[in-house]
Design a protein around this ligand. Structure first.
Ligand code: G3H
Ligand code: 13P
Ligand code: ZN
Length: 325
């Protein structure tokens, strides 16, 4: 595959995005996508709300789309921004990269940012692999996210049954050893659409803000990343179940907790499940109400609209990234 630098695609790395987010006390949204409709919804939602955006793909999403096809999709996303005469910055990020080779391959294909997720290895191995990726990435002006602590749930091919919170006392040494540009931490979020099962009237447990604050005290101004930050919006779960779906009683991270984290050192918030749920809810409703419909545009189009609205909502009401560009 021909080597492409991300600047040729009109993309930027996350450096300036994060320093502005830190000063402005908001978080940049990182939305996962797997197909054209999701990508269009994310870009349209971010253009309409004037929000910076990180487009992110996991290794399996990249395989699904096709490694050679992906840079063209990113370039098409950038064209949408230009056509709208918008000034929002767009980054293309590898989510949960699990090897040096994958990170390198993405950098050579036009990614502007990569995550190396070796958090399930020992501290030393995590630091060693993260450092290796940083050296290659920084030679190409690409920013790197690593992770300390483990989130419960599925992280691409990595499945963690139990979470272990990030230990603030390890953070400074890890940053010194690796030179990473941002750090994902574990403070009570988890991946997927089944984060908490609540009894009527029960609230999800609060995030460990004491850990976040202690990390911020130790490394002031350093960009922190929150994975597993979907809220599992009740309206989408209800819509899915009303129109033939079967999703059990489930809840995610309350929006006000994300707002609070975004005003602290959290500069990047990862959202995947909420987007999947929004599209599924819209598609289920159409299939239930119009069982003879078979034109993909008639169900993928409304699904794209639902996702666009959700993106605007997150940027405006939750992350505070709206209106910044
Ligand atoms: O954190 C993981 C993301 O939600 C990506 O999920 O590996 O199914 O694309 P995926
Ligand atoms: P959710 O499953 O909560 O959307 O988390 C997504 C994520 O962390 C992607 O890396
Ligand atoms: Zn994640």
């Amino acid at each position: 595959m021909k080597k492409i630098h991300y600047s040729e695609l009109g993309l930027v790395n996350t450096k300036e995005m994060f320093s502005r987010a830190m000063t402005g006390k908001y978080a940049v949204p990182a939305y996962n996508f797997n197909n054209m409709e999701q990508l269009q919804a994310i870009i349209t939602g971010c253009i309409r709300s004037n929000s910076p955006v990180i487009l992110q793909v996991s290794g399996s999403a990249r395989n699904y789309i096709g490694a050679g096809f992906l840079p063209h999709l990113a370039a098409a996303a950038r064209s949408m921004v230009e056509e709208a005469r918008s000034a929002i910055p767009v980054a293309l990020h590898l989510d949960h990269g699990n090897s040096f080779e994958l990170a390198k391959s993405c950098i050579e294909a036009g990614f502007s940012s990569v995550m190396i997720d070796a958090s399930h290895h020992s501290f030393e191995e995590n630091a060693k692999l993260s450092r290796e990726v940083v050296e290659y990435a920084h030679d190409n002006d690409v920013t790197v996210e690593a992770e300390l602590g483990v989130l419960a749930g599925i992280e691409d091919e990595v499945v963690a049954e139990k979470s272990s919170y990030t230990r603030p006392e390890e953070v400074e040494k890890f940053l010194e050893m690796t030179g990473v540009d941002s750090l994902a931490i574990s403070i009570g979020t988890s991946h997927g659409a089944h984060k908490f099962k609540l009894k009527p009237g029960e609230e999800p447990p609060p995030l460990k803000f004491d850990i976040l604050e202690e990390i911020e005290r130790r490394v002031p101004g350093f960009p922190i990343v929150l994975h597993g930050a979907s809220s599992v919006m009740a309206k989408h779960i209800e819509q899915i179940n009303r129109f033939g779906g079967k999703m059990e009683n489930t809840a995610g991270i309350p929006e006000e907790q994300l707002r609070r984290a975004a005003a602290l050192a959290v500069c990047k918030v990862n959202i995947d499940s909420d987007g999947r749920l929004a599209m599924t809810a819209a598609i289920r409703q159409i299939f239930a109400e119009k069982p003879s419909e078979f034109d993909p545009r008639k169900y993928l189009g409304p699904a794209r609209d639902e996702l666009t609205e959700m993106i605007i909502h997150k940027n405006t009401q939750v992350l505070g990234s709206a209106g910044r560009y």
